[in-house]
Design a protein around this ligand. Sequence first.
Ligand SMILES: Cc1cc2nc3c(=O)[nH]c(=O)nc-3n(C[C@H](O)[C@H](O)[C@H](O)COP(=O)(O)O)c2cc1C
Length: 186
Amino acid sequence: MSAVRDVAVIVGSLRKDSINRKVAHALVELAPPSLKLEIVEIGQLPLYNQDSDQDPPQAYLDFRARVKAADAVLFVTPEHNRSVPAAMKNAIDVGSRPYGGSAWDGKPAAVISASPSAVGGFGANHHLRQSLVWLNVPAMPQPEAYVGGADKLFDASGNLINFATRSFLQNFIEAFAKWIEVHIQT
Ligand SMILES: Cc1cc2nc3c(=O)[nH]c(=O)nc-3n(C[C@H](O)[C@H](O)[C@H](O)COP(=O)(O)O)c2cc1C
């Protein structure tokens, strides 16, 4: 049996009732046994300030260590004003520093966005990918994942009740498992 891969899941919403967090939970449930998905929280990270590179807050050290320990990263992001929410960008910046010690470097990744809008967070998804190019993160190109109308996909308990979306997410996470095996750093 092949190794179980540790996937750090970064959810770009801090909202209690977040749709994107529900998508992340659905992916945890649908992931094949070869992946262990764990949400790594970002809401506790102070706003990045380069001055703190000399004496970083403990929250930065813990976050960087957790990401470094992961085999791969899954970004699940809402769209704010056609871009990545500030909390997500902050987490990316915190993980990328100090210069030369980026926690993201070389980790296979995937990006999925969800929004009540029909466009499904396309703008955020691609702005995030722009950062990943610079950070040397091989991000899975296909299947693209922009989940539109996402406020209608879950019941009151947060269960995914749309079967087409369930099948789409299953296919997405299985493709990611294959992507990880090709791009994982050993
Ligand atoms: C500041 C702000 C900006 C937003 N901008 C967009 C946007 O550009 N595109 C979009 O599809 N939805 C936008 N929305 C609506 C979000 O898609 C919606 O609030 C969604 O539920 C956020 O994801 P979450 O449920 O995971 O928090 C915006 C919401 C906020 C609060």
